[in-house]
Write a protein that binds this ligand. Structure first.
Ligand code: TPP
Ligand code: MG
Length: 522
């Protein structure tokens, strides 16, 4: 007797492949090209988190990738929807966040002939992704998914894109005809020879500084790094907006380095930089006289090497570095005090209140210019947890609501607090309705200085006035209420912490509108 062949539409094989890779939801906005995908998701139990702008779908996918190191998935319809979703893809491209973007498109026999929303989907994504391919043979649906997935989690990680024309989705493929994924090689391990050189450089140094973030985080070595740094009293700093490597308060963590922020004093006082980060603008392109040694994977091996060689901890240097970190923080607080206006809330009050009420495992999502700088300066004195979410190396604003939804999907049981500028918040404010309806609660605290504050401060310095930087009044509490969320306005500094606390406890989407007097720490 011959066995009945198992025949299914390619889209169902594809959806199965997603499920096998642990995908439980996709973020999306419906439309042309993805009806078979939506139907397949529905039948297979994959949740569709729907949004009002594909930008948010992209941000949810990449935010989830950042928070969990597993690719978040978003899908879109064809044409301009792809360009919208590419906003999140581009943000992921900047610093290797793993995510998968799937676009639908018209039947392949009409592509390029002026079919509806005919547009160069994969050509648009190609420069921004580690893998970008259209499925042109339905039997390759799972094999292409596998290639894409492996590229997203490759070395380095990054965003990937699959374009899936509708006729390819609907084509029936027998199981035995499916093209099988090729076996893959494991990621490269630490290079023992190079680790030896790092150890030797450290032994010759008296004031070493470790700069690490995203690379160490995605390598899964944050714990090893911090254990090493603590054992040998070596200060660690993370480039601003990188993934954090220090979840729990640690004396060895001495803050953020970056463009307009961070305590550059430690950097300039160091005689040896152990760098596991790109030498980009945040690190001043590493133009320094200090010895600079790149470091990849293998923090545990380095730790062992240092123990073997009988190296001693750099206690006095770490104490000095901590002193510089505290002096820097105090200078920031003094800047805030100088800017303070009678009776008005200042960003320092707001950030201080969050510091009081945010639980240790709470997810803080930071979006906005000046308010983000204040938060980074004041909240990162001895930790920069990987469960906080920032824009990443791109420095984008306007991703925060997608980021908060991603955080809720990644951490169903934790407090999720978005700290946003007023400008950043309005990029995708309508998503509040989607979050409420789909039970993805978070607390959004909107620091409202009625301007694109960081740019405004820069214009004041350069031109004596802001040029196109001033915004009008928005009642963010009422806006939230009109979108089905809870809204609260706070006008006194002492009311911020209780309001945030109550909002976290409510388990509902809550927007707390905090008018502030404005000002930048730098
Ligand atoms: C998509 C995008 N557009 C423009 C910018 C430039 N930019 C950086 S910070 C900023 C101001 C943000 O204003 P707001 O969210 O109100 O925060 P504030 O600086 O006032 O605290 C702008 C316009 C950017 N980073 N990203
Ligand atoms: Mg603002």
């Amino acid at each position: 007797m011959t066995r009945m062949s198992n025949k299914r539409e390619a889209v169902d094989w594809f959806t199965d492949g997603l499920r096998q890779r642990g995908v439980e939801w996709v973020a999306s906005l419906c439309g042309h090209g993805q009806d078979p995908l939506f139907d397949s998701f529905r039948r297979s139990g994959i949740r569709i988190v729907d949004v009002r702008n594909e930008q948010t779908a992209g941000y949810i996918a990449e935010g989830y990738g950042r928070l969990t190191r597993r690719p978040g998935v978003c899908t879109s319809s064809s044409g301009v929807a792809v360009a919208n979703a590419l906003t999140g893809v581009m943000n992921a491209w900047f610093d290797h966040a793993p995510m998968l973007f799937v676009s639908g498109s018209a039947n392949s026999d009409t592509l390029g002939m002026g079919c509806f929303q005919d547009s160069p989907h994969t050509a648009m994504s190609a420069p921004l992704t580690r893998y970008s391919r259209r499925i042109e043979h339905p039997a390759r649906a799972v094999q292409i998914l596998d290639e894409a997935w492996r590229a997203a989690l490759g070395c380095p990680h990054g965003p990937v894109h699959i374009d899936f024309p509708m006729d390819m989705q609907k084509a029936v493929v027998a199981e035995e005809d499916l093209v099988l994924p090729a076996p893959s090689a494991p990621p490269p391990g630490p290079n023992a020879g190079h680790i030896g050189q790092v150890a030797a450089a450290l032994r010759q140094s008296s004031r070493p500084l470790i700069i690490a973030g995203t690379e160490t985080y995605y390598a899964g070595e944050s714990g090893d790094l911090m254990a090493f740094a603590e054992a040998f009293s070596i200060p660690v700093q993370t480039p601003i907006w990188d993934r954090g490597v220090c979840d729990d308060p640690s004396d060895a963590f001495t803050g953020i380095m970056g463009a307009f922020s961070g305590n550059a004093g430690i950097f300039h006082s160091s005689d040896c930089l152990i760098v596991s980060a790109p030498a980009d603008y945040r690190l001043g392109y590493l133009r320094t006289t200090a010895r600079t040694i790149p470091m990849g994977r293998g923090w545990r091996l380095l730790h062992e090497r240092m123990v073997d060689t009988g190296a001693l901890p750099y206690r006095a240097w770490l104490a000095e570095a901590r002193g510089m970190q505290m002096a820097f923080r105090n200078a920031v607080l003094e800047t805030g005090a100088r800017q303070r206006m009678d009776g008005r809330i200042h960003a320092v009050d707001l950030v201080g209140a969050l510091d009081q009420v945010l639980p240790a495992n709470g997810v803080l999502v930071i979006d906005g210019g000046s308010i983000g700088q204040w938060a980074h300066h004041l909240l990162t004195r001895n930790r920069y947890p990987a469960h906080w979410l920032t824009c990443g190396r791109s420095g984008v604003v306007g991703y925060g609501l997608g980021g908060a939804m991603a955080a809720r999907l990644a951490y169903p049981d934790r407090a999720v607090v978005l700290l946003s500028g007023d400008g950043a918040f309005t990029f995708t404010a309508a998503e509040i309705e989607c979050a409420v309806r789909q039970k993805l609660p978070f607390v959004a605290v909107v620091a409202d200085d009625q301007c694109w504050g960081i740019t405004h401060s820069g214009h004041l310095r350069q031109f004596g006035e802001g040029i196109g930087t001033v915004l009008g009044p928005v009642r963010f509490d009422r806006l939230a209420e009109s979108l089905g969320a809870r809204g609260r306005r706070v006008d006194r500094a002492e009311d911020i912490a209780p309001a945030v606390d109550a909002a976290i406890a409510s388990g509902e989407v809550t927007v707390i509108h905090v008018p502030i007097s404005g000002g930048n720490p730098a």
